[in-house]
Design a protein around this ligand. Structure first.
Ligand SMILES: *Cc1c(COP(=O)(O)O)cnc(C)c1O
Length: 387
């Protein structure tokens, strides 16, 4: 009996990860799901633990939460989905089946339904499998360098359910602007569905895509807004959001496998409210203060160009970027990144900006972790070549 009452006592201290033998890592790569996503807001977690103890009608909760998402984003309607990826499945289900129960039941079999989702070739990426999970057939237009309006026109036909549009740091800037895509699609009565999962902050991106004409937009709840890790935000046109919600949990349709817990629903809405109210300039100053020491510590290494970057395209929050120039004589960029990843603790840097750069993204870092990152970077960058 003593054993039974003591069972699990190890879980009552620390993070629980030690109990499983899983070591903490340093995530200087941003809101990457594989590296933990982001640090959930502490007040959100407290709210969630209270909300988890109370039973509510989930349909009522989903409707009320959706209204609040709509209010916070200026959309007609909203729905809390299971991560942005779950939102992509619901976007496709909504544009293919609408709110027709027979069609909803038929998915992911889309025989006889309008099932084509038109997408820039430049926007193809692994997450677009989420659209196919609902039975969509992806129809590409343009190539890897160019896309012309006539190519989009040519891809739209009577089987087109939607045009999909990706907005992400480092995705191609050669695509047609969203506004233009919406004009063309709408002229054919075709909705435009947007994946903007990782585009928050800046907060302006909460309103921008709908203003450009998008019919539905998804954002991740577990990235920059620091809501529940498994949550997402789906907002847009009322009839489409209604169709998405009709196919999601608790309804027993395609979206049932992407359940969002009641406390996550509340936690996501509260996190978004907190995010919207926050002073963005102060938040960015804090990120800048965190990574400036990285710049200061490395700026004198000859052959590296170390800069503080912050823009609206590639570096959505301030980051310390290390550019490996032609004059660099030390270990390669890849060798440095690999050494940090294999060290103890593992340190993961942001590597999206191309083959000659590494960056330190402060989203998930404490001051202490930044010091460790600097120490390990200096060690690896100044390591003499092995004989
Ligand atoms: C992160 C990401 C997703 C998935 O978001 P989750 O909330 O983790 O499901 C989808 N699309 C893009 C562009 C992303 O960056």
């Amino acid at each position: 009996m003593a054993n039974a009452s003591n069972a699990g006592s190890d879980w009552n201290a620390g993070s629980g990860y030690e109990r499983l033998g899983v070591a903490p890592i340093i995530n200087a790569a941003g809101s990457i799901t594989r590296l933990g996503g982001s640090r959930t807001r502490p007040e959100t977690l407290e709210l969630m633990s209270r909300a988890a103890q109370v039973m509510v009608n989930i349909d009522d909760l989903n409707r009320a939460a959706g209204k609040e998402l709509a209010r916070l984003t200026g959309a007609e309607a909203g729905f809390v989905c299971s991560g942005a990826a779950g939102g992509l499945v619901l976007q496709a289900a909504a544009v293919i089946a609408g709110s027709d129960p027979a069609r909803m039941r038929q998915l992911p079999d889309t025989d006889g339904l309008r099932n084509e989702i038109v997408i820039h070739t430049m926007h193809r990426f692994p997450y677009d499998q989420a659209y196919r999970a609902a039975g969509a057939r992806l129809v590409e237009f343009g190539d890897y360098l160019f896309a012309h309006p006539w190519q989009l026109e040519g891809a739209i036909n009577e089987r087109t359910a939607a045009v999909a549009y990706l907005v992400a740091p480092f995705s191609s800037n050669k695509v047609l602007p969203l506004e233009r895509v919406c004009q063309i699609a709408h002229a054919h009565d075709v909705p435009v569905i947007v994946d903007a999962a990782s585009m928050l902050p800046p907060r302006a991106n909460l309103y921008r895509y709908l203003r450009d004409g998008a019919d539905m937009v998804v954002y991740s709840g577990g990235k920059g807004i620091r809501g529940p890790q498994g949550s997402g935000i789906l907002v847009g046109r009322a009839d489409l959001i209604e169709a998405a919600a009709a196919q999601a949990n608790p309804a027993q349709f395609l979206g049932r496998g992407m359940k969002v817990a009641k406390e996550e629903v509340v936690g996501l809405v509260a996190s978004l409210a907190a995010f919207v109210e926050e002073d963005e300039a102060a938040e960015m100053d804090a990120y800048r203060a965190l990574v400036q020491p990285v710049v200061d510590a490395l700026v004198e290494l000859p052959g590296l160009r170390v800069t503080l970057e912050h823009d609206s395209v590639n570096y959505l929050i301030p980051q310390a970027a290390i550019h490996f120039t032609d004059d660099w004589r030390g270990p390669s960029r890849d060798a440095v990144a690999a050494a940090l990843e294999q060290g103890n603790p593992q340190i993961h840097l942001q590597q999206l900006a191309g083959p000659r750069e590494l960056a330190v993204d402060p989203l998930n870092l404490t001051e202490e972790e930044v010091e460790t990152v600097i120490r390990r970077l200096r060690e690896e960058l100044t390591r003499p070549p092995s004989p």
